[in-house]
Ligand binder design. Structure first.
Ligand SMILES: Cc1ncc(COP(=O)(O)O)c(C=O)c1O
Length: 464
């Protein structure tokens, strides 16, 4: 029996999603049980079909249910022991403790943001206010872990939007992913030695951990993200993952795999580093909730950044450490100073506390969804049946999978450059294994919608 309350601030579809999810995790809805049709459920709950459809689509996107053509939705098989533990949430206490720029006509770089998106006048105003209010604090060093107000704002945002369950005490303000991983590496050096990274995957974690003398194991990525069997046999005791939007393939790790990964970490003190770098940007349904929120007391280090929504030049990111690492963090970093300027922290705090951050995310989602949809249409129009888009529906990039007689990646990139098109090689993300030369990486953050259409038309000419 599901109860929807129209006076609740939580949207109806979300209420239904939460209740269904709890039934799946608790086993009340067993594996392979068929869910009522959208129509029947809507009639039973006296609600609209859109409400039910919204809840089902979200459960489907996260892997709690699967669909069979013409039969409806069914409950996915989950490890019940692991699933039950995900329902137990720890009580919280919210207030406790170079690149040279080059001009391309069509820039498909995956790590560039919309060129007019940074809120300059507002940032200037908040920055000036922060400057006026901070004169006493500017003559001394600031909190090494990050200003408490900013950590509180981040904690509230993460709880509301990413399902992360933590205290501000667990949040550490960092100057980007490299700084976050440096901190993690310093903390784990004595106790952990082998890091599993995704292949294909982001190069930076490999470099950081290698510089700290960790052994790096490259674990293949399939349609469900990191290959967990390969992880288990890899001998690693740390796994770096991008479960909500794998970089670069764009897949979402389904709930069953998330629970298995959590179980893997909990056996003999292993650790997961969850990099949740761009999950604000999902263009259908709600963002996929974090892995950390499934097991707040687990061995999960959660990483987030302001680089994808606000600005990669600000250099502000954050770590959420598990309670088990807090004492180590304080011991190892007791003599370190903050890495992010006080004024940027104060400005960002105001930005978040006054509701600008939430509005900015909504605005960015609209801008990037338009570019994303334009890209899909342009590919359909100019490549037709000769290409499909992989990893769509989120973030700032997709992968183009081509068929037919295609020149290699290097040749396509060179030919494209001749037409003013900039592409980043997908093969750069592979360390081992044969990169698939029929795939291209297409970022759409910086390029405008009209440039996307022209750029894809030109690209289709150089690919065949
Ligand atoms: C996988 C991944 N994680 C994190 C980041 C963000 O890094 P930073 O916070 O250093 O800008 C990026 C940026 O491109 C990324 O691709």
């Amino acid at each position: 029996m599901f109860i929807l309350n129209s006076n609740d601030s939580v949207p109806l579809y979300r209420q239904l999603y939460i209740q269904l999810r709890e039934h799946v995790l608790s086993g009340k809805l067993p594996a392979d049980a068929r869910l009522p049709s959208v129509r029947d459920m809507a009639v039973e709950l006296s609600t609209s079909r859109n409400t039910v459809e919204g809840a089902y689509q979200e459960l489907f996107a996260e892997g709690y249910i699967y669909s069979k053509p013409r039969s409806g939705y069914f409950v996915s098989a989950l490890d019940q022991d692991a699933a039950q533990l995900s329902l137990v949430h720890k009580p919280r206490n919210p207030r406790s403790n170079v690149e040279i720029p080059t001009n391309y006509m069509y820039d498909f770089h995956p790590a560039r943001l919309d060129q007019t998106s940074f809120p300059v006048p507002l940032w200037r105003k908040l920055y000036m206010e922060s400057l006026r209010e901070s004169s006493r604090q500017l003559v001394q060093y600031c909190n090494p872990q990050g200003e408490l107000e900013l950590r509180c704002a981040i904690q509230l945002y993460l709880e509301r939007s990413r399902g992360v369950v933590c205290d501000p005490d667990q949040v550490v303000i960092c100057a980007g992913l490299q700084n976050s991983l440096d901190i993690v590496a310093h903390m784990l050096k004595g106790t952990h030695s082998i890091v599993a990274v995704e292949n294909p995957g982001y190069h930076l974690p490999r470099s950081v951990f290698r510089n700290h003398s960790f052994e790096i194991v490259h674990v293949p990525v399939g349609v469900s993200g990191l290959d967990l069997d390969a992880l288990k046999s890899s001998g690693s005791n740390i796994a770096y993952v991008t479960p909500s939007h794998q970089l670069p393939m764009g897949c979402v790790m389904p709930i069953a795999n998330r629970l298995t990964l959590i179980e893997w970490a909990e056996s003999s003190g292993k650790l997961i580093i969850e990099d949740d770098y761009d999950s604000e940007l999902r263009y259908h349904g709600k963002p996929i909730p974090s892995l950390q929120g499934l097991r707040p007391s687990g061995n999960i280090i959660y990483l987030g950044t302001f680089s994808k929504i606000l600005s990669p030049a600000l250099r502000v990111s954050y770590l959420v450490l598990p309670h088990s690492l807090l004492a180590t963090y304080r011991r190892v970093f007791q003599d370190y100073f903050a890495t992010v300027s006080l004024l940027e922290q104060k400005t960002l705090t105001k930005f978040m506390e006054q509701g600008h951050w939430d509005r900015h995310i909504r605005r960015m989602r609209t801008i990037y969804k338009k570019k994303h949809d334009t890209l899909l249409l342009a590919v359909e129009h100019h490549f037709g049946s000769q290409a499909v888009v992989v990893g769509q529906g989120a973030g700032l990039h997709v992968v183009l999978q081509m068929t037919g007689n295609i020149p290699g990646e290097t040749e396509i990139i060179e030919r494209a450059l001749g037409k003013g098109i900039r592409l980043l090689p997908l093969s750069d993300f592979y360390v081992t294994g044969e990169p698939d030369s029929t795939k291209l990486l297409l970022g759409f953050g910086a390029i405008t919608a009209s440039e996307i259409e022209q750029g894809i038309a030109l690209l289709s000419n150089v690919c065949f």
